[in-house]
Design a binder for this molecule. Structure first.
Ligand SMILES: NC(=O)c1ccc[n+]([C@@H]2O[C@H](COP(=O)([O-])OP(=O)(O)OC[C@H]3O[C@@H](n4cnc5c(N)ncnc54)[C@H](OP(=O)(O)O)[C@@H]3O)[C@@H](O)[C@H]2O)c1
Length: 254
């Protein structure tokens, strides 16, 4: 897919992976619209990239989504919808009765899964009407192997991964030209992983790989450690599970 001259909407584009993606998409000649819930973060992003269009919008909220759709339509529409916004919650042991488990699970599902479906539904006809268009959904290395410390988050990403694969197939059945990409990042250095001590990829490296994947129509973009874990999870599932969940983390869940 040729990205030059395309208009891309990046949800959660005011920080982390989304902000780096906004920067790199601008550099290659795309027009970029970013969203987020925090106006200050959006203003700061715009200050560093004045050509960005920043719109305050929460993917959990249907009214916000409708308003976003109307604003984007009046700006001429988009060619690419990049569903990047995502949230994770603090680690909890699912085997301990705790109301927060349900609270966190609903929040994560609303943002990471239903938020994506909400925007895809709204923008689908617009994307279908474009000459060359795409949807990018951000799942995770944890959609291949779940993490004990991020159980309900892992579940949102596997739900999104199945949805993404089926969305691609459904569009094919309809003979649509809308391309559906799945980005599967490894652990990346952002606010979301600030407390983790593992090896982390930079946002810059991740987004370079994303852009290269999209340019080559590589629909499943597995980055860094995700590539190896993909193979391992297919042939040695227990080994892959233990690699993601080493014994030392059990203590944190007691
Ligand atoms: N970092 C990693 O290691 C990693 C690995 C695999 C997958 N991912 C996925 O990559 C994506 C980006 O994550 P990140 O690491 O860049 O995290 P991040 O630094 O925490 O950024 C997440 C962005 O999403 C926005 N956001 C959150 N909830 C939103 C909502 N309801 N509506 C609109 N925007 C919302 C946040 O902005 P506001 O708070 O201002 O709304 C923020 O800009 C997520 O989907 C994440 O699950 C990350």
């Amino acid at each position: 897919m040729n990205l030059n001259g395309k208009t891309i909407l990046i949800t959660g584009g005011a920080s982390g992976i989304g902000l780096e993606a906004a920067k790199q998409f601008l550099e290659i000649g795309a027009k970029v619209i970013i969203t987020g819930r925090n106006q200050q973060k959006l203003d700061a992003a715009k200050k560093n990239g004045p050509s960005l269009i920043a719109i305050k919008s929460d993917v959990e909220n249907q009214d916000d989504a409708l308003s976003l759709f109307n604003q984007v339509s009046s700006l001429g529409g988009i060619d690419i919808l990049y569903n990047n916004a995502g949230v994770g919650s603090p680690a909890l042991n699912l085997g301990t009765a705790n109301d927060q488990i349900l609270e966190y699970a609903i929040y994560e599902m609303n943002v990471n899964y239903f938020g994506v479906i909400r925007l895809n539904n709204l923008f689908m006809d617009m994307l279908k009407s474009r000459k060359e268009s795409a949807i990018i959904n951000t799942t995770s290395i944890l959609s291949l192997v779940p993490a004990l410390e991020e159980p309900t988050y892992s579940a949102t990403k596997v739900a999104l991964s199945f949805y993404t694969r089926l969305l691609r197939k459904n569009l094919e059945i309809l003979d649509s030209t809308v391309k559906v990409f799945e980005l599967l990042p490894p652990v990346v250095a952002t606010e979301m992983t600030a407390k983790r001590k593992d090896k982390k990829m930079t946002t810059e490296q991740l987004v370079k790989t994303l852009i290269s994947g999209i340019s080559r129509d590589q629909f499943s973009i597995r980055v860094g450690d995700t590539k190896l874990l993909y193979i391992m999870s297919r042939f040695f599932p227990e080994l892959a599970f233990n690699l993601v969940n080493p014994k030392k983390i059990h203590a944190s869940l007691l």
